[in-house]
Every structure is written in C-alpha cells, then in structure tokens.
Design a protein. Structure first.
Length: 382
C-alpha cells in the first residue's frame, strides 16, 4: 500500500473505536478511479485495525449484475440468516413454535396444567398492558443487529456507488436503526459521479441515518513526497526531480496511474541510473496514454481558460493567484470558477482564506486525472 494515507487510516481507526464502543457507524470513502480505494480496503481486511479474533469481517465487491444487495449478502456471511431463510425466517419459526408449544405443555401431567395457566395469564396481561409500537425491521437487518450485539462486526464494501437507491437505503437503514450498543461498522468505498450529475445514492444524506453515525473520507491524490517514496522503494535508489516531475504530471498523484507510468517508463528503457540516482531519458519516454478525455467547450472559453491555467497552479489553488496569472480582476475570475464548481469540476475548499495578507477563495479539482490531463493539454498547446 502507498505511503501518504496516514490521515485516512487515522480517521478509519477512530471510526473503528466509535463502532467498537457501541455506536453503529457508516464510513463513506470517496475516490475517483485509480485513487486507491480497493487497495485501501484490501489493506484494512488484514489490518490490525480489524483483528479477526475480536471482529468478524465480511468483504463485498458490488457489481451491476448482483441479484442481492449488500445487506442481504452481509447477513448471509455474518449470521445464521441463510439457514433461517430456508425455514421461512426467524419470525415464521417463532410462530410455529408458539403453535406447537401448548400441545407439548398440555401433554405434561400436573406441571403441564400449571405451565399452561402461567402462559395464558402472561399472554392476557401483555394484551391488557399493551406495548409501545416498535419498528418491525427486515429479518436480515434484524439478524445483523442481533449478531453485532453479541460480537463486533465489520462489512467492507467496494464499488458502493453500484448499490442503487434501494440497496443504499437499506445500508443507511441498517446503521441508522441499530440500537446503541450494536457494534457494527460499515466501510463503503465509492467513486463520485461525473461532473453535473447527482451524487451516488450511497453518498446522499438521508433521514434514516443520524449525522453522528456517518463519517465521510475523501481519498485525495498522493502528495509529491508520497510518490517519491514509492518510486524510491520500487527502484531501490534515489529519484531525480526530472523523473518525479514526469510521473506527477502523467499521474496527477493517483496511485494506479503512478504505477502505470512507472511500468511504461521501465518497459521503454527511459529510466537511467547515474551517480545522482534514477533519472529520465526524456527522448525515450513514451507519451502518456490516458482514458481521460477533456472537452471544455460546453463550459465556454473563459471557464476553459481559467481551468487550464488553474491546473498548472496545483491540485488546490487560490482565486487571487489565478487572477494574477490570467491578468484579470479577482471578481471576474471568481465568476468563472463558480461556474466550474456548480458543474462539479471544482470544489470550493475555503471561501475566506488569508494568503499573503489578502482574503481569497481556494478551489480544488474534483478529479486528479482531469487536472493532470488539463496540464498535459496546456503543455502540448505551448
């Protein structure tokens, strides 16, 4: 697993403690394709954060063709729900037992009459006293709750954006309806929607799930230092700034793209070893192959210009700094960045940050791959 994920692991560790203390918790991990979601879940599966001797762990990878939702699959893996389903469920089994019991009680001489009288009296008192209405939960959800009250349970879900509205609602219900003391942790990793599209169902706020039971984590691109550490570990030597610059520009800091660029440089023979460490023969380096197609035409020329120049400034950039690069006033620049934010290309990180004595807004690209492609596109145009 890549270095540079300490903050995310700390947040997940806090969620584990939260759930282990009896507060059911849903952890939502957002990351674009290639951002390391699957690697993170695989690392968590065998991590000391989830010791198997104390926590039962189920791992699910959702697919479009799944016939069962995540809750039903987790119930089959972690509880006796699959066995109970074959006899019609726990409730149907309980009804059958209640029907059979009087016959067995009545067959016991003397004691049978006494037990039957006690049973009848207790039933009458329950009817007379009445009970507060209790939500009747689906049996798979009730089984998971019952099981997690006996022993802590964690469910790791990859590709949770495929849960759909019903599956997402049931996951929210699973966590939101659980009683305090239910040691249940759900970690769901998902990819964000395309710019302009609504968020995936799993990521939408819902009344079923209290905010204190919901933790959101965004997998940001790897910092330059983390990428350098990875390259050095793979090449077993120091790495030149030329090589590091190439990998950062090609990958945008996305772990999968970092690996892919390193593999491409190795196979092309573009890596050379000198006294200063590993460096790059730029003439032999292959062109970056990317699936990311950037068409900013629908945004208008001004917004496209602002995004292209902003991509050069960094993953996060200040509106004031971009205004200086563009030679425009900050109000004009803010208007163009606000349009890109409404479409989901950018996120507003801070509306009032002080930088060099000035108050300005700070933006971040929603996709590291988009930013990397814009940066390459600008360099190609130059």
């Amino acid at each position: 697993m890549f270095a540079g994920r300490d903050a995310e692991l700390d947040a997940i560790g806090a969620a584990v403690m939260h759930a282990a203390a009896g507060t059911p918790t849903l952890v939502l991990i957002e990351g674009e394709p290639g951002g390391g979601k699957t690697t993170l879940l695989q690392a968590l599966e065998t991590s000391p954060l989830l010791p198997r001797r104390r926590i039962r762990v189920a791992t699910l990878d959702l697919a479009v063709t799944d016939s069962e939702d995540a809750v039903a699959r987790a119930a089959h893996l972690l509880t006796s729900h699959g066995t109970l389903a074959r006899v019609g469920g726990r409730r149907r089994l309980a009804v059958a037992i209640r029907r059979i019991m009087p016959d067995w009680i009545g067959a016991i001489p003397v004691w049978g009459d006494l037990l039957e009288a006690i049973t009848t009296t207790a039933a009458a008192l329950r009817r007379r006293r009445g009970r507060a209405p209790v939500e009747k939960l689906p049996e798979d959800i009730a089984e998971l709750h019952r099981s997690a009250r006996r022993r802590a349970a964690a469910v790791l879900i990859d590709n949770a954006h495929l849960a759909g509205p019903v599956g997402a609602d049931r996951l929210h219900h699973l966590v939101g309806a659980a009683e305090t003391g239910t040691r249940l942790l759900i970690i769901a990793a998902y990819r964000p929607s395309s710019p302009g599209a609504p968020p995936p169902d799993i990521a939408r706020p819902t009344a079923r799930l209290p905010s204190e039971r919901r933790i959101a984590i965004a997998l940001r691109p790897l910092a330059r230092e983390a990428v350098a550490a990875f390259l050095q570990s793979q090449l077993t030597g120091t790495v030149s700034s030329v090589l590091l610059d190439d990998v950062m520009e090609a990958s945008g800091g996305l772990p999968a793209a970092v690996r892919a660029r390193l593999d491409a440089l190795r196979s092309s023979g573009a890596l050379t070893l000198s006294e200063q460490g590993w460096t790059l023969d730029t003439a032999a380096a292959p062109e970056v192959v990317s699936d990311e197609e950037i068409d900013l035409g629908p945004l208008g020329a001004d917004v496209a210009l602002a995004l292209t120049e902003g991509a050069v400034l960094g993953d996060e950039f200040a509106a004031a700094a971009l205004a200086k690069v563009l030679g425009r006033d900050e109000l004009w620049t803010e208007d163009r960045l606000a349009a890109a934010t409404r479409l989901g290309v950018l996120h507003l990180v801070d509306a009032e940050r002080e930088i060099d004595g000035d108050i300005t807004s700070v933006y971040r690209f929603a996709s590291a791959a988009t930013r990397a492609a814009l940066r390459r596109q600008r360099r190609g145009a130059a």
